[in-house]
Design a protein. Sequence first.
Length: 264
Amino acid sequence: MPGNWKNNVKWKNNLSGGLAVVTVALIAIGVWQAIVWYWGLPKALLPTPKQTFDSAVMNRESLLKGIYSTACAAVMGLAVAIALGSVISIALSQSKWLRIAIFPYIILLQTVPIVAVAPLLIIWSGYTFRSVVIVTVIVCLFPIVNSVAAGLTRIDQDMNDLFDLYKVSRAKRLQKLQIPSAINDLVIGSKTSSGLAVIGAIVAEFFVGNGTRYDGLGTLITGWQALSKTDALIAALFASAALGLAMFATVHFIGAVVLRRWTS
């Protein structure tokens, strides 16, 4: 009986949350329509919601191809960033000298605007899918390294003293104490980077698409902007936002499963 009551409460909370999201979306669409109607804005400046929807339907093939290309780059870049960031974090956690020597450069990599770095990387790597993945990795790397490195070094002092008492090797300490304490931090860093992965991929596509047949969302956005196809441009922006939300939701779900199994 208590279990059923908790399930009912959870279901009602989820339903009320979903209704709130839908309500806000409907209000935003209504305000959008009212702005266009009140000021008599032309389609080239701001199309109506219906015109944007019609454009999305008309350009659905291009949008679906763009979503697929950008999603592939974002997923691959995020996966590489998680793997590379974990390795870097483990190395930093094992050596104070490495933390002092390398971490400032990781911070520097994050502070340099990616729009300034992307063109140079693309010149070096070529106007290819690989370049988009490389830019995505760079964008995603810092949150993962920052979170995982903190988790690996923030361990229970009593457990650490116990490991010292029994003279446990560094490798065993890493396996049995540090990595388990950093799993939650890895999930947090991955969720933060999941949205950044889409941003990084689209920014790279702004440059990769120049003079090529690359068909990512970033390429579509720059192409439609050049043609002043505002309705299609807004449709691409909504597609980008939907992809970012899907990436975050997927990583959140996978992280919840991992944490549930890890702590069970």
